[in-house]
Design a protein around this ligand. Structure first.
Ligand code: UGA
Length: 474
């Protein structure tokens, strides 16, 4: 099939490269000239597993890049719209990019086209795109608009696209549903997985992706509701972690106990410093806004957001508890990206925490396996954040080590060496990467989320002092 993908951000670039991988002839459209030039030179602008391989495999053959939307529309049977929908101040999604692409498509349309919204958009966007196209002169019989939300995660986006849990096609006519289904056919009939050079994925043996056909409005809601549910799971376990801290239980044991109920499941139950990224924070606000505008009270969403924000404050309180005063302290920060496997800093809880630490007068030496270049841009050359070339270098002479992103590399660090390099043996772990018993054995004071603190030399309490005095008198 001839496919156009408009927008070469995470979703558009991955979708475009993957459609080329499925055998289609793909033209990716972007109006950012710098990005286009990068892609045309064969560079991969984001850190995403298997994406460089796919770009190299298909660039100049089944995958091209252009700034000309009209040309891309005219040559394509189906146009996937994957432009940004950033949040406005009131939490609503800003749909102006979607609108201007719809105008552009309408002006170029010369034959039947299927326009597919792939960006995460609120319910009713589908009907608005249709209205805008009609207002801009596109004849009603020459197009249909389909909602086909994307569920890929950064870091595993290519595998998520090629081995999806489900493909949702929200289409109000059979004609357009059939066109979109055809684009995914190598996944739904399983033929892609039989190819010897198929990108490896999480399943072995025969696999056929599941395609769910819904109405356009339902598809739009499925995307928001899925992200809201996952974010709610994270806030739920974070709230449970706070109760664990209050009563002296261990959230990792509690998590294992609840997660092994197959109705609940273990995934997305890792406690930490709260969710970040370009999706959950934005989508929660947008979904809440949709619910409010339509007269629905959805307090669960408010509480999910509140717990998430509170989680960062709780982490700051732990740092205070471990170090007492913060002014003038030199801290090693491991992890900057909003999660592991990506160089993305958008809405990263690590960045928010570093900014709070800077306000308190700390100086920071940070290390992240992928996000250092972006972080250098974020903090600028004159900030009190310096960057190390390895975790161990960041730790050298620091008053404490703070773990802010769940990179596997950090979990594999040599604990003896951590102790030796730090000025004080203090680790505050926002991602529960280490086992408290091993930290204790290594002689480290260890503060994590929802688990008892490991403090080697406990400060004297009134009771212990009284007891010691009694013993002495006796
Ligand atoms: C999320 C969804 O997982 C995707 O299904 C969806 O397609 C995507 O948003 C989107 O809407 O485009 P992503 O933002 O890449 O994907 O990241 P996640 O893997 O979901 O992680 C989000 C945040 O939650 C991270 O900050 C991560 O550290 C945190 N998290 C995740 C936890 O704190 N605990 C967990 O158990 C899982």
């Amino acid at each position: 099939m001839r496919i156009a993908v408009v927008g070469s951000g995470y979703v558009g670039l991955v979708a475009g490269a993957c459609f080329a991988e499925l055998g289609h002839d793909v033209l990716l459209v972007d109006n950012d000239e710098r990005k286009l030039a990068e892609l045309q030179r064969g560079e991969c602008p984001i850190h995403e597993k298997f994406l460089p391989e796919l770009l190299e495999r298909h660039h100049g053959k089944r995958l091209g890049f252009t700034g000309d939307l009209a040309e891309a529309v005219r040559r394509s049977e189906v146009i996937f719209v994957a432009v940004g929908t950033p949040p406005k101040d009131d939490g609503d999604a800003d749909l102006s990019y979607v609108e201007s692409v719809a105008q552009g498509i309408a002006c170029a349309i010369d034959d039947y086209k299927v326009v597919v919204e792939k960006s995460t958009v609120p319910v009713y966007t589908n009907s608005w795109v249709r209205k805008i196209m009609l207002l801009n002169g596109a004849p009603a019989e020459l197009f249909d608009v389909v909602s086909n939300p994307e569920f890929l995660r950064e870091g595993t986006a290519v595998a998520d696209f090629l081995y999806p849990d489900r493909i949702v096609v929200g289409a109000d006519t059979d004609r357009c549903a059939e066109v979109v289904a055809r684009a995914y056919q190598p996944l739904t009939d399983g033929s892609y997985y039989k190819q010897p050079d198929a990108i490896p994925g999480p399943v072995t043996g025969a696999f056929e992706a599941n395609l769910i056909r819904t109405s356009a409005k339902s598809a739009e809601l499925i995307k928001h509701a899925s992200n809201a549910f996952l974010a709610m799971k994270i806030s739920f376990i974070n709230a449970v972690a706070s109760v664990c801290e209050a009563v002296g239980a261990d959230v990792e044991q509690v998590r294992e106990g609840i997660g092994s109920d197959s109705r609940i499941g273990r995934r997305f139950l890792s406690p930490g410093i709260g969710y970040g990224g370009s999706c959950f924070p934005k989508d929660l606000l947008a979904f809440r806004s949709v619910a409010r505008e339509n007269g629905c009270h959805f307090g669960l969403l408010d509480e999910t957001v509140r717990v998430n924000e509170e989680q960062r404050n709780r982490f700051m309180r732990k740092v205070h508890k471990a170090l007492w005063t913060l002014k003038g302290k030199k801290l090693a920060v491991l992890g900057l990206a909003f999660k592991n496997g990506t160089d993305d800093l958008r809405e990263s809880p690590a960045v928010a925490i570093i900014k709070s630490l800077l306000k308190e007068g700390c100086s920071i030496t940070a290390y992240d396996p992928a996000a250092m270049d972006r972080a250098a841009e974020e903090f600028g050359p004159n900030s009190a954040v310096k960057f190390a070339t390895s975790s161990y270098e960041a730790l050298e002479g620091a008053d404490a080590c703070l773990v802010l992103t769940e990179w596997e590399d950090f979990a594999a660090l040599d604990l003896g060496r951590i102790k030796q390099l730090l000025r004080y043996p203090i680790v505050v772990d926002g991602r529960n990467l280490f086992c408290p018993a091993l930290m204790e054995a290594a002689g480290l004071n260890y503060y994590s989320v929802g688990r008892p603190d490991v403090v080697r030399e406990r400060p004297a309490t009134i009771t212990s002092l009284k007891e010691a005095a009694k013993n002495e008198a006796a």
